[in-house]
Design a protein around this ligand. Structure first.
Ligand code: NAD
Length: 275
């Protein structure tokens, strides 16, 4: 299925927000799910988290950062252009119920991915403290959208150029020290999710992370998104993307994520040089 881009916005440098028309996906989408897209006949398939959806308009919203060749090509599309193929919603929806007080942690581009989770948690009357972190002020986006769904929002930048200076884990430690937290959900870079897990393990707070493993087919066949959970092999696309953080082998996943870094850099550079 192809999908028309109805709204295109650059949220921050190299971070784009696309709203695309795809009524069948919009109709079924739930918090925590993702789509797989391809932008030309020979293009690679990339997973992107559904950051919002509107069933009435028949649209879904995706936020991505230009990191490699495909995201660079994607960022060159304009409003009314079509994304060649879009498949979804993929993955299991987030587990949503009244947990009590939930701390939801979003790092960088991962802030977009926590947005539908916050909406769904709010609908179930959870008290939500959101902790969002960016490298610096220029990269801050969607603070308003996160505020609209949360009881409290703590904003951190690594360099202190906006909000408080520090990492999201500083905010998490602060919240845990003053309030009883029943559940933590974290989405962002793997090192961040690993660091969050180290904090919550100390307090034994149930923690969920959304894993961003390499993915190709997105349908459980190719094995590219393999992760080790409690010593057992799982596929992020079919068994995830969310997992109990305490069961994740983060060190193995970090190594797997770096497998094609060099090739990715070369492809990206070649594409840049074409312009
Ligand atoms: P980034 O490197 O700019 O980090 C964002 C924030 O995360 C930092 O400001 C900091 O507060 C926190 N952080 C980073 N490293 C940390 C550490 N070691 N300890 C504690 N906190 C730390 O992030 P980015 O470049 O925007 O990358 C976003 C990541 O989110 C990408 O890796 C992307 O794959 C991932 N992502 C995942 C999903 C998903 O569903 N799993 C969805 C969207 C994005």
């Amino acid at each position: 299925m192809s999908a028309k881009i109805v709204k295109r916005e650059e949220l921050a440098k190299d971070i784009f927000c696309y709203e695309v028309e795809t009524p069948l996906i919009a109709n079924k989408a739930k918090a925590g799910q993702f789509v797989i897209l391809r932008i030309h006949q020979k293009g690679e398939r990339i997973p992107l988290t559904i950051a919002d959806f509107d069933r009435e308009k028949g649209t879904i919203t995706m936020v991505f950062q230009v990191l490699g060749k495909t995201t660079l090509l994607l960022s060159r599309l304009r409003e009314n252009d079509h994304i060649l193929n879009i498949l979804g919603p993929q993955g299991n929806p987030s587990e949503i119920k009244d947990f009590g007080h939930v701390a939801v942690v979003g790092g960088g581009v991962g802030v977009a991915a926590i947005h539908p989770i916050l909406k769904a948690l709010k609908e179930k009357n959870n008290k939500i403290t959101s902790i969002i972190g960016y490298r610096s002020k220029e990269l801050v986006f969607w603070e308003d959208k996160i505020k609209a769904q949360s009881y409290e929002v703590l904003v951190y930048t690594n360099d202190g150029s906006y909000g408080k200076a520090g990492l999201v884990t500083d905010g998490l430690k602060d919240v845990i020290s003053r309030e009883k937290i029943d559940r933590v959900i974290a989405v962002g870079p793997l090192v961040m999710m690993d660091a969050v897990t180290k904090v919550t393990k100390e307090y034994n707070i149930p923690t969920i992370v959304s894993l961003n493993s390499l993915m190709v087919c997105g349908m459980g066949m190719c094995g590219a998104c393999r992760v080790t959970i409690n010593g057992k092999i799982k596929f992020t696309c079919m068994d995830g993307p969310e997992f109990n953080a305490f069961a994740v082998d983060f060190d193995e996943l970090k190594k797997r994520l770096n497998s094609y870094k060099e090739e990715e850099k070369i492809c990206y550079k070649k594409e840049l040089e074409k312009c």
